[in-house]
Design a protein around this ligand. Structure first.
Ligand code: EPZ
Length: 423
């Protein structure tokens, strides 16, 4: 397994390009199952999760061709469809469950393996299955697979009240509803930019969707969807992650392609901590003036609240802030696994249930640390950028799931970072 070596090397300066969003691309790709015409995605990120989704869609009978070094995904699903998503692919990536809605809508039946355990929490699928059942699907859990069948071969429109604004369930139901008979309304829908991006792409394919980006989404079912070409929206989590690099190290970095509306709540917290953020014609310029940053409290929430996917990275910033900050994780039940690793670097953190109390120290010290999940791994790299001495981050396969060429992007702005290939 590869490791990444990072050594504190002073202020950063330059530009970092932000790629297309992993979490948008992972829901846009299954949309190809909804039509027998080609769907082409541009601005796609070159990540291992995208390659896993490619493998899954190909196993279902879709053609997926990766062009221009992974930036373009040319897909089509016009032949016979295999509606069984096998465990050995699904277990690698929970987002595989996003083929359930499209398969049910297109084929009238589906067998999708449950994703199995995940480091950050149980992550059940009850909101997905309950919504599909209200649309007339019969769903049974057998041998670790969800066996789903649409009554009479077609889903029907329904008014569905979500108990929680689940991102994946909103995506699954929205895709399923595009071909259902009648109108579907999702109340308490997720409002993330990735939802709006999916709805925009589905409308290009001929879907009738209103209210995406709000808590109430209405979808009028149509008989068929046609092909389209769609650019993947910028990755707000990668954006927030790289905005933290100059915040932690000092200096000034422009994140190309970044837009304030993608990271509003996050920017409010960075501003409160004393970091300056300026919108430019090409992105977001982030600078840390001299002196220590201030500790601020954070509570994660569904969009437009503070993103849970930036909690680990923000904790790395708070480790050397002046004062004490409390980070409350309200989305996942086990998303503080980066804390013990940051403590190995000298951070002063107490975790109790869903709360982490971080008492700022002057400076962290480099140490060997272990990546446990995608966002925890990049949090350790951010901490290592400003720590005294060398930090070795192990198990970086987690990192490659969601960050493309991270060491190259950081080295280009002055970081001392390299990847050590495993023997
Ligand atoms: C998406 O996961 C993202 N993944 C996650 O990003 C992100 O953390 C999450 O949304 C929240 O923003 C992708 O988009 C591929 P949820 P998803 O359904 O859809 C519970 C990353 O690092 N829940 O909104 O799985 C669930 O257990 C990843 O890029 C149910 O109880 O998130 C969790 O506690 C990590 N029943 C909470 O809701 C359900 O049926 C949020 O889940 C569904 C979810």
């Amino acid at each position: 397994m590869d490791s990444i070596l990072v050594t504190g090397n002073g202020p950063l300066s330059g530009t970092i390009p932000i790629a297309g969003a992993k979490n948008a691309c992972l829901t846009l790709m299954p949309a190809t199952l909804l039509s027998d015409e080609p769907l082409t995605l541009t601005n796609a990120p070159g990540l291992s999760d995208i390659r896993t989704m490619t493998q899954l869609l190909q196993s279902l009978g879709a053609e997926v061709t990766s062009l221009q070094d992974g930036k373009v995904l040319a897909m089509s699903c016009h032949g016979a469809i295999n509606s069984r998503a096998e465990y050995d692919i699904v277990r690698k990536m929970r987002a595989s469950n996003l083929v359930l809605g499209p398969l049910l809508a297109r084929e009238g039946h589906a067998e999708v393996s449950l994703p199995g355990g995940c480091a950050i929490g149980a992550r059940p699928m009850d909101i997905h299955t309950s919504g599909l059942q209200q649309m007339g699907a019969e769903i049974e859990l057998r041998d670790g697979y969800l066996h789903a069948k649409a009554d009479g071969g077609h889903l029907k429109g329904a008014v569905i009240d979500f108990p929680f604004a689940s991102v994946g369930a909103t995506e699954n139901i929205m895709m399923a509803a595009t071909l259902a008979k009648g109108t579907t309304v999702i109340n308490n829908a997720a409002r993330e930019p990735e939802i709006v991006d999916l709805a925009t792409c589905l409308r290009k394919m001929g879907a009738q969707i209103d209210g995406d980006g709000t808590s109430r989404i209405e979808i009028q079912g149509v008989d068929r969807l046609h092909g389209a070409t769609h650019p993947v929206v910028s990755d707000r989590i990668e954006l927030g992650t790289y905005m933290l690099a100059p915040a932690i190290c000092g200096g000034e970095v422009e994140c190309l392609g970044g837009r304030i509306e993608l990271v509003g709540a996050f920017c409010e917290k960075l501003d409160a901590a004393g970091i300056s953020i300026e919108e430019t014609p090409t992105g977001l310029k982030v600078a840390r003036k001299n002196g220590r940053i201030r500790a601020v409290d954070v509570t994660t929430a569904p969009f437009p609240g503070f993103p849970t996917d930036l909690q680990a990275q923000f904790m790395a910033l708070m480790c050397t802030a002046e004062g004490t900050s409390v980070l409350e994780e309200k989305i996942f039940e086990n998303r503080f696994m980066h804390a013990p690793e940051l403590e190995r670097m000298g951070a002063d953190i107490d975790v109790h249930g869903g709360h982490a109390t971080v008492r700022g120290v002057e400076r962290l010290k480099g140490a060997p640390v272990m990546a446990t999940d995608l966002r925890a791994s990049v949090s350790l790299i951010l901490a290592g950028l400003a720590a005294e001495g060398e930090t070795v981050v192990n198990r970086v396969y987690h990192l490659d799931r969601g960050y493309e060429r991270v060491e190259e992007k950081l080295r280009n702005v002055g970081a001392k970072i390299e990847r050590v290939k495993s023997q």
